[in-house]
Design a protein around this ligand. Structure first.
Ligand SMILES: Cc1cc2nc3c(=O)[nH]c(=O)nc-3n(C[C@H](O)[C@H](O)[C@H](O)COP(=O)(O)OP(=O)(O)OC[C@H]3O[C@@H](n4cnc5c(N)ncnc54)[C@H](O)[C@@H]3O)c2cc1C
Length: 391
């Protein structure tokens, strides 16, 4: 059975109704483009593959009410496995812990109100001759469109169809929501939980925490070790993948890749909602300009890559370098970093200049602090190991 109101032809078809796809569809509709958003699952926002921690700026980008907010967060505590820790508390709301399912559905509702058509339980399986091929409950179907926006997430089928080089790293993630007492205003970061990324304990409502980690290897055993001191019953479990490192080409003729499909999550945190929505904004502007000019060439689509790079490309490049160097820091180094950073001057710099979505500025400011000179040896050793590793 066909969904009522779904047509055979649109200006734009968006594959995937995550935060990036839904935002792109909404921005395209706001540009006056007829837009269809296709989602392979029957329920938008399900299954959840996210910790739901959004900076205040990322939350604003989502354009939703506070219905999805489970908890507000003011700062963080960084915990070394060797016993040291340091924390910062901005005293004001810096981030939100959200229910991603509720968030994604409210975002889709807003997009639908702007005129976006949604087609659920339908997989977009190909694109050729200006037609998107889909497979849904009533079989195969084709939709004509002038621009395809591929927002099909970490395993992006379309990036494979177009033979594009994919993200540099793929992090596996595992997480549970469970009964566990934590400081309700602080997120805990445990760098030693994974040698190439980190573990987290996020307050998730009274008496509950969201505990997880990401790593490139041994995710299950690392996670089991990390969670072993926790006794509270588990009420939900999440697994997922985060591609890190943008694809070298995030466009093709008539096609734009956004969000996780393009590898745009932040390498420092794995957060991809903010950059996904920012990339959706740029994709909608470029799609609208291409449609107005009737120019769908690679040159026309390349403006999208220029736009997202000008917006947050430097942050991703620095973040990737940081991630690579970070994998050469062991527990003793992390312990020393915690001890040195447990300092009022360092903490006030983080509070003043810290920005979850754009961490480069605070990292540079911190490295300039005199106190941090005590860590230069640690960083230079890790940097040297990273350089040797590349050669
Ligand atoms: C364990 C874990 C924790 C995370 N924590 C955070 C966090 O705290 N904060 C944060 O900002 N980010 C976090 N992320 C990353 C974040 O979840 C993603 O970056 C974000 O969801 C990317 O949005 P997206 O719209 O690009 O892709 P997705 O949210 O993956 O959406 C893609 C959509 O496309 C659909 N789809 C796929 N293929 C097709 C197809 N062929 N046809 C139709 N539909 C299709 C999928 O069903 C899905 O709904 C986390 C990720 C993981 C794995």
């Amino acid at each position: 059975m066909d969904c009522p109101g779904i047509r055979d032809s649109y200006d734009v078809v968006v594959a995937g109704a995550g935060p990036a796809g839904t935002s792109a569809a909404r921005f395209c509709a706001q540009e006056g483009l007829s837009t269809l958003c296709i989602e392979e699952h029957g329920t938008i926002g399900h299954p959840v593959q996210c910790a739901g921690l959004l900076s205040a700026a990322a939350f604003r980008e989502c354009g939703v009410s506070d219905r999805c907010v489970i908890q507000t967060v003011r700062g963080a505590r960084i915990v070394s496995s060797l016993g040291g820790s340091f924390s910062f508390d901005a005293g004001v709301v810096k981030a939100y812990v959200v229910d991603r399912g509720v968030l994604d559905r409210e975002m889709a509702l807003h997009a639908a109100r702007e005129g976006v058509d949604y087609l659920l339980k339908t997989c977009a399986t190909g694109f050729s001759g200006g037609e998107v091929e889909t497979v849904g409950p009533s079989g195969k179907r084709h939709f004509r469109c002038r621009v395809l926006i591929a927002a099909d997430g970490p395993r992006s089928r379309f990036s494979r169809i177009f033979g594009l080089e994919r993200a540099k790293y793929f992090m596996g993630g595992r997480q549970v929501d469970c009964a566990h007492q934590v400081d309700p205003g602080l997120v805990e970061i445990h760098p030693d939980a994974a040698p190439d990324f980190f573990g987290w304990v996020i307050p998730a409502g009274k008496g509950y925490a969201r505990i997880g980690l990401c790593s490139r290897t041994d995710v299950r055993s690392r996670f089991e070790r990390f969670i072993s001191p926790v006794r509270g019953p588990v009420i939900s479990e999440v697994t997922g993948t985060i591609p890190l490192g943008p694809m070298p080409l995030t466009y093709a003729r008539s096609v734009l890749f956004i969000g996780d499909a393009a590898g745009l999550a932040k390498p420092t945190s794995g957060g991809g909602v903010y950059t996904g929505i920012r990339s959706a904004r740029h994709a909608a502007v470029v799609a609208a300009a291409a449609i107005r000019a009737g120019d769908f060439s690679r040159g026309s689509m390349a403006r999208y890559q220029e736009a997202w790079k000008a917006d947050f490309g430097r942050e991703l490049a620095l973040g990737l370098r940081f991630l690579s160097v970070r994998s050469h820091l062991g527990p003793a180094d992390i312990g020393q970093i915690c001890r040195v950073m447990d300092d009022p001057g360092v903490v006030s710099t983080i509070i003043r200049e810290g920005d979850m979505d754009r961490p480069a500025r605070v990292l540079v400011s911190l490295l300039r602090q005199r106190k941090m000179a005590r860590l230069y040896g640690v960083f230079i050793r890790a940097l040297a190991a990273d350089i040797m590793n590349r050669e």
